[in-house]
Write a protein that binds this ligand. Structure first.
Ligand code: KG4
Ligand code: ZN
Length: 330
């Protein structure tokens, strides 16, 4: 069965064709990132205007690359939230119009949950339920106990900044540009261990996260050294920041797996592109007898294949949306 996935929750316009929830036949991603770079962050109005222009050609390209005609599509899965409302509206309106015009079933998908599905794409792996799902992205840092594709139980989340957002802000403080994650990762490669130390906040709820304190600590570190700061100092700071954030996330993820006695962990979201994170997580879970499924880098960042994949699984369970489907930005 062919599913058409549509994802427009932030600056990307992505459309994908996925067969039986796993086999990705096409996954086209158009980004308006270059239009936002000079502002140092995503400007919602610019994002949604670009999406309005690109949604139709991107959908055409996705069908063409997959060699699937629209009348062979059985399901349209579209992200309805969370995300930027103007952007979500483009995807949801397009999906509803296509569903109505071509008489295809429609299903609205939660963006955070779709990131957790990403490790299952293009693989035959069966991660048995229940498993722990971890999402680390620009908008979210969340842990779930996943009992089934329609039963996600929240275990913990950030109480302030998301991890990716903290990377972006620290990159700006270090004068690196946007998006910050890959730039901080690159700089941290030249950083030396034990030159600087940062830590993340501990919270009453032990599986919650907080990254705004560490971002402020980086800011003060830079301010205090202002005129004397060298590039080596910046690299040491990037290294220490990255280590502290990842140590905190990994510690809480292992704790969640042990507390819930699960045998597998699924991990997705833009920050998961980070090679240092992938290495550290692998090392931490290798000793724990917990099987870890990490999304391929191309499915970590926002993409429509993960939306189509989760959509297919929910549809098989009888879930469907009506044409009155609305957006849920938060
Ligand atoms: O999942 P995503 O594409 O969008 C959201 O749903 O938010 O994630 C984007 C985030 C950005 O904050 C970006 O800086 C971060 O992922 N990111 C990284 C890396 N690549 C992207 N963070 C750390 N290291 C990376 N290599
Ligand atoms: Zn995302």
């Amino acid at each position: 069965m062919y599913t058409l996935g549509i994802e427009t929750s932030c600056d990307e316009t992505s459309v994908s064709v996925v067969e039986n929830g796993r086999r990705v036949l096409s996954n086209i991603v158009a980004s308006s990132l270059n239009l936002h770079k000079r502002y140092g962050g995503i400007i919602p109005e610019i994002a949604s205007r670009a999406q309005l222009e690109s949604i139709y050609p991107v959908a055409q390209e996705a069908l063409k690359e997959a060699r699937v005609r629209i009348n062979a599509i059985r399901l349209i899965a579209v992200t309805y939230g969370p995300g930027l409302n103007g952007s979500l509206l483009i995807g949801v309106s397009f999906a509803k119009a296509l569903s109505l015009a071509c008489n295809i079933a429609l299903i609205g998908i939660n963006h955070i949950k779709s990131h957790i599905y990403a490790p299952l794409l293009s693989r035959n792996t069966r991660a048995g339920f229940p498993f722990v799902g971890l999402v680390i992205s620009g908008g979210h840092t969340s842990l779930f106990l996943v009992k089934d594709f329609d039963r996600f139980i929240p275990l913990g989340q950030t109480v302030d900044d998301a991890a990716g957002e903290a990377f972006d802000k620290v990159a700006r403080i270090l004068g690196l540009g946007y998006p910050g994650g890959p730039l901080v990762e690159k700089l941290a490669l030249r950083g030396r261990a034990n030159k600087v130390k940062f830590s993340c906040g501990n919270l009453d709820r032990e599986l919650d996260f907080s990254f705004s304190g560490i971002k402020t600590a980086v800011l003060y570190k830079i301010k205090n050294q202002k005129s004397r700061i060298k590039n080596t100092d910046k690299a040491d700071i990037a290294y220490a920041f990255q280590e502290a954030v990842f140590d905190d996330i990994i510690k809480k993820t292992v704790l969640a797996c042990l507390k819930k006695k699960v045998k597998s962990l699924l991990v997705g979201g833009g920050v998961v592109c980070n090679n240092r994170f992938r290495l550290k997580l692998g090392m931490a879970l290798g000793n724990q007898n917990i099987k870890t499924y990490i999304a391929e880098p191309k499915y970590c960042l926002d993409n429509a294949a993960m939306v189509a994949g989760l959509g297919y699984q929910l549809y098989k369970k009888g879930v469907k949306s009506k044409l009155s489907l609305g957006t849920e930005p938060t």
